[in-house]
Design a protein around this ligand. Sequence first.
Ligand SMILES: [Zn+2]
Length: 459
Amino acid sequence: MNPPRTATAAASPPGASATTLAPGRTFWDEGVETRPRPELEALQVSLLRDHLDHAYRGSPWYRRALDAAGVSPRDIRSIADVAHLPFVDKKLLRDRQLAAPLLGDLAAVDEREVVYVSASSGSTGVPTLSPFTAEDFDEFQDVQARLFWAAGLRPDDRYCHALNFSLFVGGPDVIGAQRVGALCIWAGTVPADRLIFLFQQFQPTVTWTTPSYAWYLGETARAQGIDPARDLALSRIIVAGEPGGSIGATRRAIEELWGADLFDFYGISDIFGASAGMCAEKDGLHLAEDHHLLEVLDPATGQAVPDGQQGEMVLTTLRKRARPMIRFRTGDVVTRDRSPCPCGRTHARIRIHGRTDDMFIVNGVNVFPSDVEVVVRSLEELSGEYRITLHRENHLTRFDLEVEVRSGASPRTATLPDAVRSAFRNRLGLSPRGVLVHPDGTLPRSVHKAKRVVDRREG
Ligand SMILES: [Zn+2]
């Protein structure tokens, strides 16, 4: 049973390879990426029906869950019908994996068909596995190549892959860059000094890291007397793992530091390492909608929210055979934009605001670390680093903010806390309880994902 692939193949022959792609070509897979939305949505419905059928036949858990919900794959007639299906979340994945080792009973193929597993640890410490068949893995890298191409990676680039290779789903993404035809340097996560040395030796033109590490690396290079913009060849930096790449002020600060264009990217271990990425417009991330069905839901009620309004991103795989993910609650808060993008791609764009578990509520306002970052970055006397400490006060959440004066800025130390509070009130309608201003370089720099929220609330 494989109608999904036939449908795609008929519309757009895959097999886009470096030998057939001229660097000047705009799209990796034009037929898929620019398909008119009504056709794209019709394809999604047909893929979803077949995918559910595969899940029902192959996975004991999905069979039970769909039977219990009284839904048959044949009942799927429109995208809206996805709302009748039960949710899956991280806890369920973990529980089912423990109940039916190794892969859990959401897996829909025999383990003999699985050629790769990634693992994500999450906060509870039990790694959850994400299995791929050979076909899944190939499609994963094809989407990865598509997203690299959209971000401007070309066969004549040198690409330095600075993501973790140990179990992390971002590790194999380097294969997508090879598929594009770039010269690939498998650096992995190495100490900053070593990576800067590799940048000097190999002079890569493109790299991939987290936003906070991109910033840290640039600062470290400068401290060594290397001007990243002048002395290194990087013209594009791809970032993922934190919202920074989608925060205009953060993006521009990193771009200026490196003299390079920054492209945000989104992948999720439980599905693919490759889900969404920025095009040259840098205005939201195009989601590969031929592989993912996107819902944006109110996290409390589970009801859909209108485009442009924040909600939890819930993703359903449309092709991944090893383990279908039906209505997976990602915990990421996004807005969706289905309006036409000037680049010509028709796939919806997402803007990522943060994680539901990082969000805190002050005076009834939902606040994400990314909101705080926008304000901190708007004040030019500040370095951009910050730390939030949450407290409980009379059953309400309050937060203290620590910031740093940028080196070289003339600090109005006495008035700076007031300036920070006022910027918060203007942007968010609320302000920190306490503002502590440190000299530049005081707050800890993170080597991977920044930990910027300290929660001192009890219970
Ligand atoms: Zn676009």
